[in-house]
Ligand binder design. Structure first.
Ligand code: IPD
Ligand code: CA
Ligand code: CA
Length: 265
C-alpha cells in the first residue's frame, strides 16, 4: 500500500477543493436542513466538496473505504485496512454565516490507527498537516504545543453539539462541565469547528479543546496533527481515543490531568 502517494493526493485535494468552495461561497450557497431539523443545516457546497474529494480518491484508490459526513452509508468498519475519514466542511454553521473559521479535513487510517491528517482553512490560508512520526506543520513550518502548565493560565476551547438541546439529563451534566471549565480556565471559547480548534492546540494558540458528541470526521485528522505536535488526546476517562469515540480532551499534555479532574465522565 502506498501511503505516501495517498498523502500527496490528500494534500492536493484538500487545498484544491477548499479554494474552490471558498470561491463559490456567496454566489452559490443553498441551505438545506438535515431531516428537516432547523438546527442541523447543510449546504449544497458541503455536498459538492465531498463529491469532489471522494471522486478524486476513487479515481486512484478505488478499493479504499471512505467514511465521510455527507453520506448515507455510515456502517463502515472503522478498523478497515485502508480508510479515509473526511469532513468536507467542518464548521458548516460558521461557513453559512460568512465566518472564516471552517476547514476541509482529510485523514487516512490503517486498522483504526490514523496515519496522516490534513486540515485546510481556505479563508485564513492555513494548511495543517501531519504524517505519522514526521512532525506537524502549519503552512510548511514545524509546530509544537504551548508550554503553559496551569489551567488558570490556559485558553480552552470547546464544542457544544446542537444535539444536546434535545437531551435533558445529559444536557445538565454537560452544561455543568462547561461551567467548571469557564470558572477554572483563563478563558473558555466555543469557535464552531472542532478540527480547527484541535489544530489551534497543536499550533500552541490554545492549551486544550474539550469536545463532546463528536464523530470520527470531527477529529481524526486534527488529533493526528496534535499528536505529532507533542500534544495529548484522551477520553474523559484518560483512555486512548479511537475513531468511534465521541467525548475527548485534546491538550498540550501539560494541563491534561487538571482537565481530567474537571470533566464529566
Ligand atoms: C461540527 C463542528 C462543531 C462541533 C460539532 C460538529 P460540522 O461539525 O465541528 O464544532 O461542536 O459537534 O458536528 O457539522 O460543522 O461539520
Ligand atoms: Ca464536523
Ligand atoms: Ca461537516
Amino acid at each position: 500500500m502506498d501511503v505516501e502517494q495517498r498523502y500527496r493526493l490528500a494534500k492536493q485535494i484538500a487545498t484544491k477543493v477548499g479554494k474552490k468552495i471558498s470561491d463559490l461561497h456567496f454566489d452559490q450557497i443553498e441551505i438545506e436542513f438535515k431531516d428537516k431539523h432547523l438546527e442541523d443545516p447543510v449546504t449544497n457546497l458541503d455536498k459538492l466538496a465531498q463529491k469532489l474529494i471522494v471522486e478524486s480518491i476513487k479515481e486512484k484508490f478505488d478499493s479504499d473505504h471512505i467514511y465521510a459526513e455527507e453520506n448515507q452509508a455510515h456502517n463502515i468498519d472503522l478498523k478497515s485496512t485502508k480508510l479515509w475519514v473526511i469532513d468536507p466542511i467542518d464548521g458548516t454553521a460558521n461557513f453559512m454565516h460568512g465566518s472564516p473559521f471552517w476547514g476541509v479535513s482529510i485523514a487516512f487510517a490503517h486498522n483504526g490507527q490514523v496515519v496522516f491528517g490534513l486540515v485546510f482553512c481556505p479563508e485564513l490560508d492555513f494548511l495543517y498537516e501531519a504524517f505519522n512520526g514526521k512532525g506537524a506543520y502549519l503552512n510548511g513550518n514545524l509546530i509544537t504545543v504551548s508550554k503553559i502548565a496551569l489551567l488558570e493560565h490556559s485558553l480552552i476551547t470547546s464544542g457544544i453539539t446542537h444535539n444536546l438541546k434535545k437531551e435533558t439529563e445529559k444536557k445538565e451534566k454537560k452544561l455543568k462541565m462547561f461551567l467548571k471549565l469557564f470558572e477554572k480556565a483563563q478563558r473558555l471559547r466555543i469557535l464552531g469547528s472542532s478540527v480547527l480548534q484541535i489544530c489551534e492546540v497543536a499550533a500552541g494558540h490554545s492549551e486544550a479543546f474539550v469536545g463532546t458528541g463528536l464523530k470520527a470526521w470531527d477529529f481524526a485528522a486534527a488529533n493526528k496533527i496534535l499528536e505529532e505536535a507533542g500534544g495529548k488526546t484522551s477520553t474523559m476517562n484518560n483512555q486512548p481515543v479511537i475513531l468511534g469515540h465521541q467525548d475527548m480532551i485534546c491538550s498540550n499534555g501539560l494541563i491534561h490531568d487538571q482537565l481530567l479532574e474537571l470533566v464529566d465522565r
